[in-house]
Design a protein around this ligand. Structure first.
Ligand code: FPP
Length: 246
């Protein structure tokens, strides 16, 4: 089906679309500051961008999209900002429920959910439950997520399985380990995009990003558009991935 391969969605040829994209949604605070607005206004604008980019990724055929919404370190922010963000997550996830349903999107949450309010935990459980049979894009929302704590959690789970005699120490390999991560069963990200000009991983998908291509962009997340995603994908498609080979 050559015609299908050449078909374009937006300006991205279908064959160039990475199977798994990760996005560090950064720059909301600076976006607000530039406009003399409170940081919360930046997060609200960022949540709109989240909605727009999820739709676009699903439209162009991305199979897995992982967004970094709240890290294990983000609790250090002022209480008012954390409270605002939690409210925003509730509001957007509630609103998005129907949208995800219509678009056949399966939603998975990466991170320790136990720290969230009972309401938010219920909403997360409802969304995961309602969307688990969906066959379209998998949307991973990383909330109270940290790569290091994910790795420690996996190590503990494996240690406990060994202790219970489920398998031997010698049987532990990369596959066994990956299957204990929040992303179990999903492919590693091909591309991670970080807008806002910062050039670091900030504890995002540490294990999974061993061979990921990174694209750093200067645009602030609330201004991030479909065109920016196209540009990041075009840069990714021009890279030569060797996975340690030649
Ligand atoms: C980082 O920008 C952004 C966050 C910590 C929050 C991200 C959350 C959203 C975009 C809302 C998404 C909504 C859902 C439902 C997933 P920053 O505040 O660190 O920006 P700064 O570096 O400019 O201060």
């Amino acid at each position: 089906m050559n015609w299908l391969k050449k078909q374009k969605c937006g300006s991205v040829p279908v064959k160039q679309v990475p199977a798994h994209i990760g996005i560090i949604m950064d720059g909301n605070g600076r976006w607000a500051k530039k406009r003399g607005l409170p940081r919360s206004a930046g997060h609200s604008a960022g949540a709109e961008t989240f909605k727009k980019i999820v739709r676009y990724c699903s439209k162009i055929g991305v199979k897995h999209l992982t967004v970094y919404a709240f890290s294990t370190e983000n609790w250090k922010r002022p209480a008012a900002e954390v409270t605002f963000l939690m409210g925003l997550f509730e509001q957007y996830l509630n609103d998005a429920l129907k949208d995800f349903e219509q678009r056949n999107i399966r939603v998975v949450f990466l991170g320790d959910k136990s720290a969230f309010s009972p309401n938010l935990q219920r909403l997360i459980a409802d969304i995961e439950q309602a969307s688990q049979s969906k066959t379209g894009m998998v949307l991973n929302v990383a909330m109270n997520y940290g790569g290091r704590s994910e790795i420690i959690r996996a190590a503990k789970a494996i240690a406990s399985d060994v202790k219970d005699g489920k398998f031997s120490v010698d049987a532990i390999d990369e596959k066994v380990f990956a299957n204990k991560l929040y992303t179990a069963g999903q492919p590693d990200p091909d591309l991670i995009i970080r807008p806002s000009g910062e050039k670091r991983l900030s504890n995002f998908l540490l294990w999974q990003s061993a061979y990921t291509e990174f694209v750093f962009m200067n645009v602030l997340w609330p201004d991030f558009s479909e065109k920016d995603l196209d540009l990041a994908i075009a840069e990714y498609a021009a890279r030569n991935r060797r996975f340690g080979g030649v």
